[in-house]
Design a protein around this ligand. Structure first.
Ligand SMILES: Cc1cc2nc3c(=O)[nH]c(=O)nc-3n(C[C@H](O)[C@H](O)[C@H](O)COP(=O)(O)OP(=O)(O)OC[C@H]3O[C@@H](n4cnc5c(N)ncnc54)[C@H](O)[C@@H]3O)c2cc1C
Length: 461
């Protein structure tokens, strides 16, 4: 294949699918997107029936960049005859399964997607890169001027569980031994029956996924199922969702965060966990209400909820798993037995091995992470772009579906050297960093001090 694409996307999760949808109508962008999976599937292991997405439907693949796009969530509802029920439902938050259906609907309408292609190498060429993908039939190569890395994040498994976690979904119901399965939330649903059948499950972790799994298993908990929930967090903290805090998912806060020293960014990243790694308040209350209801009806749930408690070791002993727990405040340790474990400890990103041939071109920080520039590139030639691999450099916007279209607009501006979709520079009422002006003097129509406006345009350039 000697065609050179303007853009080759690696991985087709929501972010690169959004990029494909935004690139589709552009006559000057010849793009192709490769994914190792056979079709689009969004987090099938956590496709819990009642779960909703955590962002409004406007955070679809395209609307925040182009509200007229045919690939919008509203257009999907119209085409599938679901617009009026959605309108009457009056909720901003679609079901997770609806979002998955919507992304599949978009993926079936795009001609630039290639499924069943596992990328194994990216090598430099004179005018960009050559991307090699493994297919069922052999290998394929794609020449590209720009590459966009959208391989998402992979399950993070704490050291204590590394030897026990069942590998992937292709072992549902087949426990490693007499004890029940130990699975990451990414593989929860295929293992649900085996977890319940084990008779005693421990959920480890404190985020939204941990809470969703605990709530889901709570329906079965009782005489035949003991359910524990252990987290090293000081409390089961809620996701913060207040409007001024939500302004942190903005271009200008991302400018501010990106401009900070690396060590301060890492500290802030840990401090800001409650912005997107907490539990939705409704779900926390629903869990409490369920426990309350069951105890009031004389059917108390055999459950133990532990905070400030770390699992420092885990081993299997016959039909049980033995967890070594350490209380972080008391410094005391204890062993606790269970029959199955759900590891709800999140996801992480890393520099994929298939980039080794271009490693010399990559900007990496002292910890070997991508040193991602503000325009989402990781090389000096600004031809290698990343999506959702920049949490440590750009902050909370990285995994946020609501920010995908904005980031893709910046990437397309980099590929086409023109702003094909308007890129907002300022959306927040707050200002991040100290004002450059005295605070008095002429202001313009939106109340910004003219001198301040000049300063902000300078920063955004
Ligand atoms: C259960 C769950 C629910 C979430 N809900 C929300 C939410 O409501 N709101 C929100 O803002 N965020 C949410 N997130 C966070 C985030 O938006 C999602 O993780 C999102 O899926 C990230 O999209 P992505 O495009 O980066 O990658 P992914 O969805 O992880 O997709 C990456 C793709 O890359 C492919 N791939 C990987 N390696 C290769 C390779 N070598 N070759 C070819 N293809 C490859 C994979 O097959 C996969 O299809 C959620 C996360 C989880 C886990």
């Amino acid at each position: 294949m000697n065609r050179t694409y303007d853009l080759v996307g690696i991985g087709v999760g929501p972010f690169n699918l959004g990029l494909a949808a935004l690139a589709d109508p552009l006559p000057d962008v010849d793009a192709v997107f490769l994914d190792q999976a056979d079709e689009f599937r969004w987090h099938p292991g956590m496709m819990l029936e009642g779960a909703t997405i955590q962002v409004p439907f406007l955070a679809d693949l395209v609307t925040m960049a182009d509200p007229t796009s045919p690939y919008s969530f509203l257009n999907f509802l119209k085409h599938t005859g679901r617009l009026y029920p959605f309108y009457i439902r009056e909720s901003f938050f679609p079901l997770r399964s609806e979002y998955d259906q919507y992304c599949r609907w978009v993926s079936e309408r795009l001609t630039s997607l290639r499924w069943g292609r596992r990328v194994t190498a990216v090598v430099p060429t004179d005018d960009g890169f050559e991307v090699t993908a493994q297919t069922a039939a052999g290998t394929e190569t794609y020449r590209a001027r720009h590459v966009v890395l959208g391989v998402g994040t992979t399950p993070r498994v704490p050291e204590a569980f590394r030897g026990l976690v069942a590998a992937g979904a292709d072992q549902p119901g087949v426990p490693a031994g007499p004890a029940g399965p130990v699975v990451h939330t990414a593989d929860y649903l295929p293992h649900r029956d085996a977890l319940v059948a084990s008779g005693a499950v421990t959920v480890v972790g404190s985020g939204q996924s941990a809470a969703e799994v605990y709530r889901d298993l709570l329906d079965d908990a009782g005489p035949h199922l003991t359910l524990d929930w252990v987290t090293r967090s000081p409390r089961f903290f809620p996701m913060e969702y207040t409007k001024l805090t939500l302004e942190l998912t903005s271009p200008e806060y991302t400018d501010h965060f990106h401009g900070l020293p690396g060590a301060l960014r890492d500290t802030l990243g840990r401090e800001q966990r409650n912005l997107y790694k907490g539990i939705s308040g409704d779900l926390v209350d629903d869990i409490y209400e369920t426990l309350y209801r069951k105890s009031a009806l004389g059917r108390p749930v055999p459950t133990t909820l532990l905070t400030d408690t770390e699992v420092t070791a885990a081993r299997t002993d016959g039909d049980e798993h033995v967890l070594t727990l350490r209380h972080n405040q008391l410094g005391t340790t204890a062993e606790r037995r269970t029959r199955a474990v759900v590891v709800a400890t999140g996801y992480g990103s890393s520099v994929p091995g298939f980039l080794d041939p271009v490693r010399h071109l990559l900007n990496l920080d002292e910890r070997g992470r991508f040193a991602v520039a503000r325009d989402y590139t990781v090389d000096d030639a600004r031809r290698l772009h990343v999506v959702n691999a920049e949490e440590h450099t750009h902050g909370v916007t990285a995994p946020d579906l609501g920010f995908g279209a904005w980031r893709n607009s910046v990437i397309l501006a980099g590929v086409t050297a023109r702003e094909v979709y308007p890129v907002e520079r300022r959306i927040a009422f707050q200002q991040f960093g100290l004002p450059a002006t005295s605070g008095t003097g002429p202001v313009d129509d939106d109340g910004t001090h003219l001198a301040q406006q000049a300063h902000l345009e300078e920063v955004a350039r």
